[in-house]
Write a protein that binds this ligand. Structure first.
Ligand code: SF4
Length: 357
């Protein structure tokens, strides 16, 4: 089986009907399509609401662009001092090594920037300028390799990038964001794992997983190869309507991640990427989902629900608020008493802190 890249191939594989084929050609011409075998085989062609297909098989709704959607929804360009670098927060930068991915997610927030028709990787000159920028900024403590998917690069290229970063004293942490362990687990070879470890620095890998079915035995084995090599693993998940927007599915996903030694890190609210309205939920729904998770799965399994503020102002935690001031009256504060709060437990019951005497 090979990676499916055209609507004709999707049709031959039974993932779309011949009636849909022509209409989806224009979607595929606008936004890159790639469905690798590891994910294709997870799709139940008889289920019109299959959560794996929903993430990766193009949909005519992608041509429905809403006025509030943005080509660069999280404002990368506004914070890019040199090609390949996004410097949004003082102590860390993104280093975008490539625009290519093993799979193209239909909700991708960088969908206007990724794809095989975009430059494959930073030119050697652009990469040298990106390293020079990191060297010249001693406040940069962490470099986040992202893309595209940095793990599509060869072990040789990754080793060269890591070597450059090792030589920069003030860079202490390298974090790699990737979907490769689920999209193409065989790619995570022992050689590739060795290539991303650096002496004297910490390498973290944040794995993008949205549904428990993505954690196949092969994907779990790929994650284990990294964990066994001493690489701490984190997850990032995008909240998607019809994919993982129920407490049952999200709870199972978070537990499965922890079983694979992957600490749930971020649950992203869907970004305002063009043509993705059919995959977004509301913030209220996301908060209710997080509240439901609080009650049913271990603290180890709790991600942080975040919204990337459109335009580039960064991430804000947007989970439910469990603490409210009961009484902030001037009299109480003047009397030197601590404000009393209402705090909600995991069953939804309200308590007072400090408790009433
Ligand atoms: S793997 Fe990441 S960068 Fe690539 S299409 Fe999916 S979400 Fe976008």
């Amino acid at each position: 089986m090979t990676t499916l890249r055209t609507s004709a191939q999707l049709c031959d594989r039974g993932l779309i009907t011949s009636e849909q084929c022509a209409a989806l050609e224009s979607v595929a011409a606008r936004y890159a399509v790639a469905l690798p075998p590891a994910l294709t085989q997870l799709i139940d062609c008889n289920d019109p609401a299959d959560p794996i297909a929903r993430q990766f098989v193009p949909d005519a709704a992608e041509l429905d662009h809403r006025p509030d959607e943005l080509a660069d929804p999280i404002g990368d360009d506004a914070h890019s001092p040199v090609e390949g670098i996004v410097h949004r927060y003082p102590d860390r930068v993104l280093l975008k090594l490539t625009h290519v991915c093993a799979v193209y997610c239909r909700f991708c927030f960088r969908r206007e920037m990724v794809g095989p028709d975009k430059p494959n990787a930073l030119s050697p000159q652009a990469l040298a300028r990106a390293f020079a920028y990191i060297r010249m900024h001693p406040e940069i403590w962490e470099v986040i390799l992202t893309g595209g998917d940095p793990l599509v690069l060869s072990a040789r290229r990754l080793r060269a990038v890591m070597k450059e970063l090792t030589a920069i004293d003030h860079v202490k942490v390298v974090r790699i964001h990737t979907r490769i362990p689920v999209a193409d687990p065989a790619r995570v070879t022992r050689d590739l794992v060795r290539s991303i470890k650096i002496k004297g620095k910490a390498t973290y890998v944040a794995i993008h997983v949205n549904h428990p079915r993505e954690l196949t035995p092969e994907a779990r084995a790929a994650c284990a190869r990294m964990a066994d090599a001493g690489i701490p693993l984190l997850s990032q998940t995008v909240l998607l309507a019809g994919v993982n927007d129920t407490a049952d599915v999200m709870g199972e996903l978070m537990r499965s991640l922890v079983e694979c030694r992957i600490k749930p890190y971020y649950l992203h609210h869907g970004d305002l990427a063009p043509g993705t309205a059919h995959l977004r939920t509301t913030l209220v729904h996301g908060q209710a989902l997080m509240a439901a998770l609080r009650g049913r799965v271990s603290g180890l399994c709790q991600p942080q629900y975040v919204l990337d503020i459109p335009g580039g102002a960064g991430k804000a935690p947007v989970g439910p608020n469990y603490l409210r001031s009961e009484n902030s009256s001037v009299t109480e504060r003047d009397a030197g008493q601590e404000t009393r709060y209402r705090v909600t437990d995991y069953c939804g019951e309200v308590h007072f802190y400090p408790p009433r005497p």
